[in-house]
Design a protein around this ligand. Structure first.
Ligand SMILES: [Cu+2]
Length: 582
């Protein structure tokens, strides 16, 4: 997407007209006023720019900028030198990524969440090494490559100590995509403890695609592919009354985070607005973005929930009837390319996607003369959660002359090799660990007092994540497979995510699920207060890959929870190192 700052009406119209052509006629001076411009509600869905590796290398220079809006909210964006925002990085297994990130943040208003953030320490002096400073302020940044199995070391995918400051020179990320990285949708975003929510909510995120999904699933050969990044943002119209078409809903209740609380009706003011490829779809009328497709055409949609806190439950309606969506990959891994006995396509008429999750599915366009509507259905986030109501996202318009998406999957493809390791579901766990999500009010008598968020290993003393900690909460041996039972002792949903590895959902509150696919982010059901035991998920965690050796984090992917302390440290040790120790 090119940057198009709105200055005068003719310029705006010209800019909108040429947006999809990838050019913008505005001057550098005009652009400097708003480095992170966004399309108007109701716009045609733009496609992020594609950057493809060449001769095994993808090189790019990215700067992260910020801009404070008139309403006090702060936008964040990743910019290429030509002003394109949040490019999609496309690499093949084995390719080298060389990404130079310049921290150009100026936001002074970026807030921190949770009591812990108040203790965030200031940036170290100008001589501090970005690899080891661990500095965490509103203008610090770094990158996490969500879902990739690249090592958690500096200049690759390390977020505990790596912190780049505005005065630092461009910081180089340089790593090779593993040869066994499954083809699918991954993403990049900042991961500075205490400030992740502000930056991601402001728009700092982008897609990363490992090419070759058609090699895993021949049904996809030759299909046009469309990247849809769904982000959340602060409400554009927080004072607006609900649309007249909505049923009467209870008065808006604001939770401790300042967001609309779950009212249990599926309607009413959402906690956050959503956007699709930066086209906002604001409360209360939700004017959908528009997507043109050829009648009955099949496309692969690659959807990323890059929201800071908002859950999605996607459905595609034709004449209000949910259509079948052909899911081919979840969290970057094709469902039929992980060694499991899964079918190549799982058909469903709705798909839940937690914050941080991805889903890739085949969509068939409506017939000529009909319109479709992409919606997210309400998600019950629990009594302590935010309001995620039913709402429209995009209208699908069938037209014979609709332009094709700019990327088409190759027509013929060599079959992807089967994974070298046995299917995770068939491996016995070396041990079982128990963890639990919990929350604590600073003043239990005051429901509006600050909340501390915990993700605790059973037997350890609950404590919010300590960014200065040097010891790990969990030590694992590389090569092992473990089962982790993760309970939710709070009254709202949490989304468990771990860096570097994928896992298998084995059961849901003790009920066997045995999903035939892998995830890197999973919803953990909330405690209602009336249950006989806490809800839980049992996850089969895969530490067999040597790239998982290192120290990294697991956390809740609702970023205000992560910023508020819901995170822990894991160290995966080389198998021989543990064996050698007494
Ligand atoms: Cu959470």
């Amino acid at each position: 997407m090119r940057r198009c700052a709105a200055v005068t009406l003719p310029q705006v119209l010209l800019c909108v007209a040429v947006w999809s052509l990838g050019a913008c006629p505005l001057s550098a001076g005009q652009l400097a006023t708003d480095p992170c411009p966004r399309p108007a509600p109701g716009s045609a869905l733009p496609e992020p720019e594609d950057l493809r590796s060449r001769d095994g290398v993808l090189r790019l220079d990215l700067s992260e900028r910020s801009h404070t809006e008139a309403d006090g909210s702060t936008r964040y964006c990743y910019l290429l030198a030509d002003g394109a925002q949040s490019p999609t990085l496309r690499l093949h297994p084995g390719d080298l990524l060389i990404l130079k990130l310049k921290n150009a943040l100026t936001a002074a208003t970026a807030g921190a969440d949770g009591p812990h953030a108040a203790h965030a320490h200031a940036a170290a002096g100008s001589a501090a090494d970005p690899c080891s400073s661990g500095a965490m302020t509103a203008t610090s940044t770094n990158l996490h490559f969500h879902g990739l199995t690249v090592p958690a070391v500096c200049h690759q995918d390390e977020v505990l100590r790596t912190s780049i400051q505005p005065h630092d020179p461009p910081f180089e990320y340089r790593f090779r995509i593993p040869l066994n990285e499954p083809p699918g949708l991954y993403w990049y975003h900042p991961h500075i403890h205490g400030f992740s929510k502000a930056q991601v909510l402001g728009g700092a995120s982008g897609a990363l695609i490992i090419e070759g999904i058609e090699r895993a699933n021949h049904e996809l050969a030759g299909l046009p592919e469309r990247v849809l990044i769904i982000r959340d943002q602060d409400l554009l119209h927080p004072g607006a009354a609900p649309a007249k078409s909505e049923p009467v809903v209870p008065k808006v209740l604001i939770d401790r985070d300042g967001d609309s609380a779950n009212n249990g009706t599926g309607f009413g003011q959402p906690a956050k607005d959503l956007s699709l490829n930066f086209v906002p779809v604001p409360y209360p009328d939700y004017p959908p973005a528009s997507i043109r497709m050829r009648p009955a055409e099949r496309q692969l949609w690659r959807v990323l929930n890059a929201s800071a806190i908002t859950y999605l439950n996607l459905a595609l309606l034709f004449r209000r009837v949910p259509q079948q969506l052909g899911v081919v990959a979840i969290d970057g891994v094709p469902i039929n390319a992980n060694g499991s006995p899964a079918p190549a396509i799982e058909w469903s008429d709705h798909i839940g996607v937690p914050p941080g999750g991805r889903v890739e599915f085949i969509v068939t366009a409506p017939p000529l003369g009909e319109q479709g509507l992409l919606v997210t259905r309400t998600v019950d986030t629990g009594q302590g959660g935010e309001n995620d109501p039913n709402r429209a996202l995009a209208s699908i318009i069938a037209a014979a002359n609709a332009p094709e998406p700019r990327s088409i999957l190759p027509d013929s493809a060599e079959q992807l090799a089967r994974p070298a390791l046995p299917w995770l579901g068939s491996v016995s766990p070396a041990r079982v660990r128990r963890l639990y999500f919990s929350e604590k009010l600073e003043d239990p008598a005051n429901p509006n007092s600050a909340t501390t968020f915990f993700l605790t290993v059973e037997g350890q003393t609950p404590a919010p994540f300590d960014p200065t900690a040097t010891s790990a909460n969990i030590v694992v041996k590389q090569g092992d497979v473990e089962d982790w039972i993760i309970e939710n002792r709070s009254t709202e949903l949490h989304a468990f995510h771990i860096h570097q590895i994928h896992f298998l959902l084995m059961d849901w509150s003790g009920i066997p699920i045995n999903e035939p696919f892998l995830r890197d982010t999973v919803n953990v059901p909330y405690f209602s207060g009336k249950m006989l035991k806490y809800p839980s998920v049992r996850l089969r965690m895969d530490f067999r890959d040597r790239n998982s050796i290192g120290t990294f984090v697991y956390h809740c992917h609702l970023l205000e929870h992560e910023d508020g302390g819901m995170m822990g440290i894991i160290r995966v040790e080389p198998a021989d190192a543990i064996e050698a120790s007494p």
